[in-house]
Design a protein around this ligand. Structure first.
Ligand SMILES: Nc1ncnc2c1ncn2[C@@H]1O[C@H](COP(=O)(O)OP(=O)(O)OP(=O)(O)O)[C@@H](O)[C@H]1O
Ligand SMILES: CC(=O)N[C@H]1[C@@H]2OC[C@@H](O2)[C@@H](O)[C@@H]1O[C@H](C)C(=O)O
Length: 364
């Protein structure tokens, strides 16, 4: 692929909240984002979510074929709706993530998708970074940097993704390239929606706390939040990353609380972990722009504003689509991989040197 070539590329992400597949098209040269294209969200059925949930914590050598085929089938359906895309970025579904131990496992075979879609597919974005000593996550930060450039930001800012897990990218947009030293610092902040969703499902049979309604009625149990913040994860220097279920103990800690107090406490735990992350940034960001489903939870947004000491706004305030940002990120990263550009750096994943991860599979 030529250095300056513009590519119409579609990215697809199946996130840790297990709610469905996001797919979004952009036009990029791997540096700038020139255009945003079509996007689609395809929810999983309850039965499909249950299949994926049963595969969490499993590794490729375990039998995950049913769940992996499900990921491939749904992605094939979704991605066939983007006939104009020349290239595909396919994240897959994370089943397990243990970068300092067994590695990282995103299910779904990009080679199969390349054949089905009859176009090149970039996939397995995280393994090379882990093999080179990195966390393998978060990977959206290089895309966050491109967005900061696109909005012509001229002071440090943060982009916060609140999905199943939270991740924050601190950006100094005055530097030229994402891999420049000092341009970025990125890390997972802690659990975000995953514990809230899990408790809602277990106690009330509902998938999430819609509009933060239940959390708004409850009282935060501060001693649970304080104990949560004692977890060694919060004492580690960034970059650092988390597996979806690394904090399952938190659910046990709220077991004796009423539904509303438990949800309020889990919501504040998420906000408090972000506030800890903000403290770890090289300097205070001018503002925090929030992407991911958590920005639709007003209780969480209010708690964030109250504990972070930095203005907090939804990323729509600067004109970007907070539902599709991660799918766009994997589109952007796919072009970088195809052009031999790095996708992570010491400051985003802790990898030894800036590297490009990802495998390219071409149709047979
Ligand atoms: N209206 C709403 N009110 C409260 N919470 C919401 C609302 N809409 C979405 N959410 C939360 O956002 C979640 C989905 O977020 P998102 O799609 O960003 O997650 P993901 O991409 O799967 O996760 P990750 O970024 O960790 O991979 C839902 O499961 C729910 O918890
Ligand atoms: C291993 C893995 O899939 N991690 C996800 C997860 O979901 C949010 C957070 O944890 C982040 O580290 C990452 O996803 C985003 C898209 C990323 O890599 O930037």
């Amino acid at each position: 692929m030529l250095k300056d070539q513009l590519v119409r590329v579609v990215g697809a992400m199946s996130g840790t909240s297990l709610d469905g597949v996001d797919a979004a098209e952009i036009v990029t040269d791997g540096h700038e984002v020139l255009e945003f294209g079509d996007s689609v969200f395809r929810p999983y059925t309850d039965a499909q979510t249950a299949v994926l949930r049963s595969a969490l914590g499993k590794w490729p050598e375990d039998d995950v074929s049913v769940a992996a085929e499900l990921v491939e089938t749904v992605h094939a359906q979704v991605l066939s709706g983007f006939p104009d895309a020349e290239l595909v970025g396919f994240h897959g579904q994370t089943f397990a993530h243990d970068p300092k131990g067994r590695g990282t496992h995103q299910a779904g075979d990009g080679a199969v998708l390349a054949d089905v879609l009859n176009k090149p597919v970039v996939w397995d974005f995280r393994s090379a970074d882990v093999q080179m000593g990195g966390e393998g996550a978060p990977l959206a930060p290089f895309y966050h940097f491109a967005l900061a450039k696109k909005m012509k930001a001229d002071a440090p800012l943060a982009i916060l993704n609140l999905g199943g897990v939270g991740n924050l990218t601190w950006i100094d947009p005055r530097l030229p390239f994402p891999e420049s030293e000092g341009a970025l610092l990125a890390f997972d902040t802690g659990p975000a929606n995953a514990p809230i969703n899990d408790l809602m499902q277990a106690r009330l049979g509902r998938p999430f706390d819609e509009d933060g309604a239940l959390g708004a009625k409850g009282r935060v149990n501060q001693s649970v939040v304080d104990q949560f913040l004692q977890n060694p994860f919060f004492f580690r220097m960034p970059p650092k990353s988390l597996d979806r279920d690394a904090f399952v103990g938190l659910l046990a800690d709220v077991a004796t609380l009423s539904d509303e107090d438990a949800i309020a406490t889990l919501t504040m735990s998420c906000a408090a972990s972000v506030a800890q992350g903000v403290q770890a940034c090289p300097n205070a960001p001018e503002r925090i722009l929030v992407t991911g489903g958590g920005r639709r939870n007003p209780t969480l947004m209010m708690m964030l504003a109250s504990v972070c000491n930095v203005p907090v706004a939804s990323i729509e305030d600067v004109g970007f689509d907070g539902d599709m940002l991660e799918a766009q990120a994997f589109a952007y990263l796919a072009v970088r991989v195809a052009k031999g550009l790095p996708t992570s750096a010491p400051a985003t994943t802790g990898v030894g040197a800036a590297i490009g991860g990802g495998t390219i599979s071409r149709p047979r």
